[in-house]
Design a protein around this ligand. Sequence first.
Ligand SMILES: [Zn+2]
Length: 338
Amino acid sequence: MMGLDIGEGKKYKGKIKVAELEDGSKVEIPYFVMRGVKKHPVLLLNAAIHGDELNGVEVIMRLFEELNPMQIKGTIIGVPVVNVLAFRSRDRFDAIEKRDLNRKFPGKKNGNITEKIAYHFFNEFVKNADFGIDLHAGMKGHLLLPHGRARILKDYKPNLEYYQALGTDIIFYHDGEKGMLNITAGKEGIPIVCFEIGEADRLDEYYINEGIKAVKNFMRYFGMLDGMPEMPARQILLQGYIEVRANAGGIFYSGIKVGDVVKEGDIIGYIRKINGERVYLKAEKDSTVMGVRTLSAVREGDPIAWMLSFENAEILEIKKKVKTRRNKILEKAEKFIK
Ligand SMILES: [Zn+2]
């Protein structure tokens, strides 16, 4: 990639060419570089590996407007939209290929266009980075609590300190799949944290600000920005994923918000059937709400909430000196954690 060797205090805008489309137009990935007082560490910020996840796009563009290169130690590479074809389709995947880019890393030079995007992104950006933050959001109609998703694969375990550095209340630790960016980069020794904020299709100021705070926390934690990161002294590592599904068809009324703590048997919402009857939904386990459906119409079996139970929860202590803030989830959850 061009622009990595710009001088101190400089910004650069460029694009890399990936492939050509039916009409001869080019598929290109635009990016920014911002160089501070030293070259390293190089932080990669990317969003929209899934083309409809927009909060992260906004986080990266705002950081590039707001940050003065002379305030940072190291270099930032910003790729606001990785999957440019899915972004044009305003969807998770490209409308023609319908393939999940986040299962295709490290990509193939001579593969299909999704594999080519993976290949160029991985080789030109990821391999030049010391670490990174991969911004995501929930799928359409899935609103997600800001949290890091640390993925485990048989031969790969993430170093959780990189996830802790985002400063969120919880970290979700779970089995990943081959071809995911954070797993593939992690195996090459480049820690990339997957960070979820809000939901697809919509910009939301609250989640954008949480995203900016998390990136700045990460930069401060690793010495790229002055000042102390602001984060809870203790974070919760959770693994017990539960998808709650609609037990009737009709209109869904949620009784919970992301970040709420519920105990087994609590009513978490109801579905009003079109004949007026109400059918209640209950929490299966003592858990926190990682995500809630924002689309009201449901048929039986549709997912309506994503919970993380407190079974096997672990408390992680922060290893560095930070400015501490309350962990509101932990305050309510402590009685459930053994
Ligand atoms: Zn995503």
